[in-house]
Each structure stands twice: as structure tokens, then as C-alpha cells.
Design a protein around this ligand. Structure first.
Ligand code: PEP
Ligand code: MN
Length: 271
């Protein structure tokens, strides 16, 4: 029987995969900071946040246009108009943009607006979507499914790689366990496991893991210590008024303090 060596396996390529976007490199020697609101709420909001993130040391802007929400009565994103605002924020700041794609129908339209396609946790098992993203050439940030094992996570990445797109970024965002004191349980252990198994860059999202801004700083530092190539943080100009995930969003002060803390702890690791 022929033994299949997965495309995500370290045995398949020399060195680590590095994803280059303008002047940033994800998976290189420096830590990538992806930051921004959970959802794009208005033109003013995303531009203000983007400028702040740029000034403070972030390297990629995040912002949801299409939001997968547990309740259909929650804010589900502004849709296509949010992509226009993201593009404007990108032009003003030169920050590359990552935004979530929920289904293949939006791929062609979104292609001109985003630099990285995000696949949310709920869609990690959407193999049609993964294959469609594998057949285009922009990087894909693939979030771990909320109940997915590391093996299933890597096999989901395989669907993208198999179609020819090598620019896959893995994102650990916590998994569902019996524990309810945090929104999800951040699986810090998956970071060294993934680093051993794969050449793909690993980003950690402590915001969706914690569900509470007070835990985000500790989880960020833990993720970096465990070897993450980057961090994805929810940051909002007015978290109390946020239309989604305000409880876990850092305000400007907290974001700034976190950047200082990262640099103090890990000695100028940020791009
Ligand atoms: C998000 O990053 O906006 C998000 C919805 O996260 P997740 O898919 O990890 O729940
Ligand atoms: Mn969110």
C-alpha cells in the first residue's frame, strides 16, 4: 500500500511555509499581530480602528462582513458594504485585510477586497468551501473547528492544499470542553503539536478562546511562549457599544498595553 504523506506534513517540504503580503511575512521570524473588530459596524468605526492598529504595531486588519452567529437574531454583519469600508481602511493604512467567507457564492466578489480569506470555526468542515478556496491563490486563515481534533484540523487544511493553494494559515481559537468559565478552552497544547507536524504558520486567537477581555493578555503571552507565529485579537474603539463580541474585545488602552507587554516579554518580536 502506498503511504500518503499529507501536504501539510513537515516531511513534505523543506523549512516552514512563509506567507508574504506586501512587507509582512506570516510564519517568518517575527510575530504577526492581526487585530480589529469582530464585525465592521460602520465606515468611521473601521477606519478609526485601522488607523489605531497601524499606529500601535498591528500588521493585519481583521473585520467581519459576513458573521456566522449562534443566534439568527444577533447582528449578522453589514455584508458587502463592509468590504467597501475594509478596502478604504486598507488604502488609508496599507494594512492587509482578513475577513471571513461563509459560502462559495461570495468568493468571486470578495476576492477583490480581501488579502486573506478567513474560514470560521463553524465552517472548518465545509469541504466545498475549502476546495473552492484551494482553487484560488489568496492565503486562507483556517480556524480550528470548535469540536475538531488536531488531526481533523490538519485534514481540513489538506482539502485546501490538495487543490494547489499552499498559503494556508492555521488558527487555534479554542475548543468546546466541559469548562464554562471561558468561552472556549484554549488548547495551548495544540501549538507544539502542530509545530511538530506541519510546516504551516500557526496563529492563535485568544479573544474567541477567552470570551472575556480580562483573560486575553495572559492567553496571548502563553500562546507566544508556546511558539505561535502570530496572534489574532479583537480590538474595538468602544467595546461596550460593540454589535458583536464586545465582552472579549480589547479597548485601545488594553491593546497598547498588550503590545508593550509582548515586546517586554519577548524582546521586540513584533514586525
Ligand atoms: C471570528 O473570528 O470572527 C469568529 C467568528 O471566530 P470563530 O470562527 O473562531 O468563532
Ligand atoms: Mn468575534
Amino acid at each position: 500500500m502506498i503511504k500518503i504523506v499529507p501536504l501539510s506534513s513537515k516531511n513534505n517540504v523543506k523549512g516552514k511555509t512563509k506567507i508574504t503580503l506586501n512587507n509582512i511575512e506570516i510564519g517568518g521570524n517575527r510575530l504577526t499581530i492581526i487585530a480589529g473588530p469582530c464585525s465592521v459596524e460602520s465606515r468611521e468605526q473601521i477606519i478609526d480602528i485601522a488607523k489605531y492598529i497601524k499606529k500601535t504595531g498591528g500588521s493585519v486588519l481583521r473585520g467581519g462582513a459576513f458573521k456566522p452567529r449562534t443566534s439568527p437574531y444577533s447582528f449578522r454583519g453589514l455584508g458587502r458594504v463592509a468590504l467597501e469600508y475594509l478596502l478604504e481602511a486598507k488604502k488609508l493604512t496599507e494594512l492587509p485585510v482578513v475577513s471571513e467567507i461563509m459560502n462559495t457564492n461570495e468568493l468571486e466578489y470578495m476576492y477583490d477586497y480581501v488579502d486573506i480569506f478567513q474560514v470560521g470555526s463553524r465552517n472548518m468542515y465545509n469541504y466545498d468551501l475549502l476546495e473552492a478556496l484551494g482553487a484560488q491563490n489568496k492565503p486562507v486563515l483556517l480556524k480550528r473547528g470548535l469540536c475538531a481534533s488536531v488531526e481533523e484540523f490538519l485534514l481540513a487544511a489538506e482539502y485546501i492544499l490538495l487543490r494547489g493553494n499552499n498559503n494556508v494559515i492555521l488558527c487555534e481559537r479554542g475548543i468546546r470542553t466541559f469548562e464554562t468559565s471561558t468561552r472556549n478552552t484554549l488548547d495551548i497544547g495544540s501549538i507544539p503539536v502542530l509545530k511538530e507536524k506541519t510546516h504551516l504558520p500557526i496563529i492563535v486567537d485568544p479573544s474567541h478562546a477567552a470570551g472575556n477581555k480580562n483573560y486575553v493578555i495572559s492567553l496571548t503571552l502563553a500562546a507566544i511562549a508556546a511558539g505561535a507565529d502570530g496572534i489574532m485579537l479583537e480590538v474595538h474603539n468602544n467595546p461596550e457599544k460593540a454589535l458583536s463580541d464586545g465582552e472579549q474585545s480589547l479597548d485601545y488602552n488594553m491593546f497598547e498595553n498588550l503590545i508593550i507587554k509582548i515586546n517586554e516579554t519577548f524582546r521586540n518580536i513584533i514586525i
